[in-house]
Design a protein around this ligand. Structure first.
Ligand code: 1CP
Length: 367
């Protein structure tokens, strides 16, 4: 059993490597910080061993397992940040939807929302400290056990991305069921998106209270929306989340932590995203670094964006691509990452080569 003080969100060990937080705030750094989306994942043999035979969402409910999985990549690689092991789909689950992890298929909701009437099946409100308190306990424990080595990032799915899973019932190539709602039931869609926004705001504030030192909002399914629908069904909620989370942190006397928005494939909205209240804009690999800089200006930090599949290349080529990427973004106001998460069949050594190359080439530039 954990020592009780490790489950209390105070007296955390002092932070030793603040490179990620400095870069997020646009401050000068000794090297470019780097972390990888899905760095806690199945590409690590130790992850597969810890997860073996355990139900995925049962693992998410165990602070000890979440802590262990979050720390595993840090033991192997000199990463500059950790992201808490959890999943974006814990929110629909907390709202009362049953979810199962099916091997080979991923997360599945056996009874997805089929019509606006089904919104009545969701709990109208939830108490995040009750229904998602297990995530907060995992964050607090991990923040103690990380011993101040690097900052701990908390996260959430954005309302539209959560809505797609709740309606599709799982992953989908077209998102056509969820998009049908936007065209046929715009009012019910806005109602659902607003309900999710309200939960997300409390959930993110609770994560900071528990010890999260930065927050990332994943709008992973932005790409299936066009500019018009993004402006109507995603951006207003992303903005509202940043604004209300910061306001609440301030009014409750907590530190206002940096926030990252990652709207995958939403390059059409880059200008808007850079003015949506987030310190950092995450980029997928389909946009050129120089173009992203020109379109977002100097006010935001950019994060990304090597094609995850580039890690299938030789280590020499990974180093070259990482170098080119760092040079193209420039050292200031930049956090290196991939353009999306690591895949289970990736070689941990190649992940290590990417991280080492970012450090090597971002320090070199100084000379
Ligand atoms: O058994 C397993 O280990 C399953 C694989 C797995 C993992 C490792 C899933 C199922 N979720 C996770 C953890 C996870 N999910 C993290 C952990 C921290 C880290 O990044 O290291 C994070 C941040 C997420 C977030 C998440 N879950 C997103 C947003 C990021 C993204 O990839 O775009 C999404 C879309 C999900 C849904 C999800 N959960 C799992 C899978 C396989 C999927 C995708 C399903 C699909 O769309 O087809």
């Amino acid at each position: 059993m954990e020592r009780p003080e490790n489950l209390i969100a105070e007296n955390f060990p002092p932070l030793q490597n603040d490179t990620f937080l400095r870069a997020a705030r646009g401050e000068e750094c000794r090297h470019v910080p780097v972390w990888c989306m899905r760095q806690a994942g199945r590409y690590l043999p130790e992850f597969r061993e810890t997860r073996a035979g355990q139900d995925f969402f049962a693992s998410c409910r165990s602070p000890e397992i979440c802590c262990e999985l979050t720390l595993q990549p840090l033991r192997r690689f000199p990463l500059d940040a950790a992201i808490i092991f959890s999943d974006i789909l814990v929110i629909p689950q907390a709202l009362g939807m049953e979810i199962r992890m099916e091997p080979g298929r991923g997360p599945v909701f056996p009874e997805p929302l089929q019509s606006p009437q089904d919104l009545q099946k969701l709990k109208p409100t939830i108490d995040v400290s009750q229904d998602l308190g297990y995530v907060f306990r995992a964050i607090t424990l991990t923040r103690h056990k990380i011993e101040g080595k690097v900052p701990l990032i908390g996260f959430t799915g954005a309302p539209w991305t959560l809505m797609t899973y709740m309606i599709e019932g799982g992953g989908s190539a077209t998102m056509s069921k969820a998009k049908r709602w936007l065209y046929q039931n715009p009012t019910a869609s806005q109602k659902l998106l607003q309900q999710l926004t309200d939960v997300i705001v409390d959930y993110l504030v609770g994560q900071v209270a528990a010890g999260a030192q930065a927050l990332q909002v994943f709008e992973s399914h932005a790409g299936c929306l066009g500019p018009q629908q993004f402006a109507e069904f995603s951006l207003p909620y992303l903005r509202e989340i940043a604004q209300r989370v910061k306001q609440k942190l301030k009014s409750e006397g907590m530190e206002v932590v940096p926030m990252i928005v990652f709207a995958k494939d939403a390059h059409y909205a880059l200008e808007d995203l850079s003015q949506s209240g987030y310190e950092v804009v995450g980029l997928d690999w389909t946009i050129r670094p120089q173009e992203a800089r020109e379109r977002t200006g100097r006010k935001v930090t950019l994060q990304g964006n090597l094609d995850p599949c580039a890690l299938y290349a030789s280590k020499e080529n990974i180093e070259k691509m990482a170098k080119t990427m760092v040079e193209a973004f420039g050292r200031r106001a930049y956090i290196a990452n991939l353009g999306h998460g690591l895949y289970p069949d990736m070689d941990p050594e190649h992940v290590g080569a990417f991280i080492a190359a970012v450090h090597k080439h971002s320090e070199e530039e100084e000379k």
